[in-house]
Design a protein around this ligand. Structure first.
Ligand SMILES: Cc1ncc(COP(=O)(O)O)c(C=O)c1O
Length: 481
């Protein structure tokens, strides 16, 4: 490689800095055909200079980028790719490290080991738990549930590694309809079908009904059902931010011998903030947890954590063995014991960097500020006639609906969509609606870098204006708010 072969990385860094330091569009401008035309310029027989290719990439991608690092982005529960995490991510790529086994990158393995220790401390989970570094919470759920599947079968004498699933006893999975879609996907990848699931009802906030779970488990009676069981609950409902009642559910899991998994993609971070920790009280009693780094920790994408209280159960589920994948007792952490990938990105460098950059107090501040901002937004909207805050704003999520007293539900749904469209039309916001409790809601996620109290005051005013202008149009100019 020429001595200046890495000049192209400098070019990319300059472009990236320019992108991040200047206000950017929130919405993709381009249709799919325009984007295809930009990228589909033919596979060259002879390669081109890399600076020209990067330049073309920037022009091809530009119109289709979504501004989720920008203030005003509230469409999904996503962090803002903090510059320090991005920088560490770049170095990870430049170093070309492969976090497959200890020997492919001892530094990557140790960065994971130390970051894992800090994460367990921050989230106040059992310090002996194993932490896998994953692409996100979906894979974290997959990993936790894979460990669960193997362990609950092992307890009834079935070795899944030898016997597979074909002749194994049926595992019952207790899960609510309000569980995040990624958990149903993870279950499907693991061989669980709809008929293996016991659906537990929820309250209006999406919290699991503990009495219904008790009944479904059959616990408390003499004839406890000894079938292998897994319970899946959540810290942070995607629409309401609600938390299940972990202490009560952990009691039930203990009595019925069930493995308890918590999907805490964003909500588990409440445990890092002393004023919010009680929301996730008892979560430490679970057997496995899934949590994201690319949400509240503001990491760049492909950062999640699969945490399993029993490292041996995780290793049984994940280990990859081959003659050339050597590991000796003197080595540090062997990454293949913690996740399903062999060759993979050395994710620990960016995690270590973000934990050092924010520090404990910085993380608490980010979470506290977002939750305060979400409550402020709710407080500013609650008295606006026709605007309903449908959830108890316990964390950072708001579910809003719009409609006059006489509106039927279909009219309310249309009004909510119209308000969302109007706000998006200003180009100052990126917002999305969702279907929840048989309604269309405007879901506002307060988790990005620009989501300050001041920004929420402005958003409250803009929501009110969008709603009023919609109403005025509907009533042909009559003033309403
Ligand atoms: C509650 C919950 N669980 C799981 C996920 C999936 O996470 P990821 O997209 O990182 O795989 C999300 C994503 O928003 C979520 O909010």
């Amino acid at each position: 490689m020429a001595k200046d072969g890495f000049a192209v990385a400098g070019l990319a860094a300059a472009i990236a800095a320019d992108y991040r330091q200047n206000p950017q569009r929130l919405h993709s401008l381009a249709g799919v055909e325009e984007l295809r035309a930009g990228f589909d310029i033919g596979l060259p027989d002879i390669g081109r200079p890399s600076d020209q290719v990067i330049d073309h990439l920037v022009r091809a991608a530009g119109p289709g980028l979504v501004g989720n690092t920008q203030p005003g982005f509230h469409g999904w529960v996503m962090g803002s790719s903090h510059p320090a995490g991005v920088a560490a991510d770049w170095l990870t790529s430049a170093w070309g490290q492969n976090a497959a086994i200890y020997h492919t990158s001892p530094a990557a393995a140790v960065a994971e080991e130390i970051s894992a220790k800090w994460l367990l401390d921050l989230l106040d989970l059992p310090r002996t738990a194993a932490v896998g570094f994953t692409s996100g919470a979906t894979m974290a759920g997959f990993i936790g549930l894979a460990a669960a599947r193997g362990e609950v079968l092992r307890r009834v004498g079935c070795d899944i590694a030898r016997e597979g699933l074909q002749g194994a006893p049926l595992i019952k999975v207790f899960i609510s309809d309000e569980s995040h879609a990624s958990n149903f996907a993870a279950l499907r990848y693991l061989g669980f079908g709809e008929s293996n699931l016991v659906r537990i009802p929820t309250n209006a906030q999406g919290m699991m009904d503990v009495a219904a779970l008790t009944e479904a488990l059959g616990s408390g009676s003499n004839g406890i059902d000894r079938a292998p069981k897994i319970i899946i609950c959540q810290a942070g409902h995607i629409n309401s931010g609600a938390f299940d009642r972990f202490d009560a559910i952990a009691d039930l899991a203990g009595r019925s011998g069930a493995w308890l998994h918590i999907d805490g993609a964003f909500g588990l971070w409440a445990r890092a903030a002393p004023d919010l920790k009680m929301l996730a009280a008892g979560a430490e009693r679970a057997d496995s947890w899934g949590v994201d780094g690319h949400k509240w920790l503001q990491m760049p994408y492909e950062n999640g954590f699969a945490i399993v209280s029993d490292p041996v159960a995780l290793r049984r589920a994940m280990d990859i063995a081959a003659g050339y994948l050597t590991h000796s007792a003197d080595d540090g952490r062997n990454p293949t014991h913690f996740g399903p990938e062999l060759s993979r990105r050395a994710r620990g460098f960016a995690v270590w960097t973000m934990l050092q950059t924010l520090g404990r107090h910085g993380i608490i501040e980010v979470i506290d500020n977002h939750c305060r901002a979400a409550k402020r937004l709710a407080g500013r909207l609650v008295d606006v006639p026709g605007v309903r805050v449908e959830n108890d704003v316990v964390l950072n999520q708001l579910a809003l609906t719009f409609g006059t007293e006489n509106d039927e539900s279909a009219q309310r749904d249309r009004a909510t969509q119209a308000v969302c469209d109007r706000l998006n039309g200003t180009t100052n916001y990126f917002l999305r609606t969702a279907a929840w409790n048989a309604r269309t809601i405007l879901r506002v996620s307060v988790i990005g870098a620009g989501a300050t109290i001041m920004a929420m005051d402005k958003l409250a005013d803009d929501i009110r204006d969008a709603w009023c202008s919609f109403l005025a149009e509907r009533h042909q100019g009559a003033s309403c708010c």
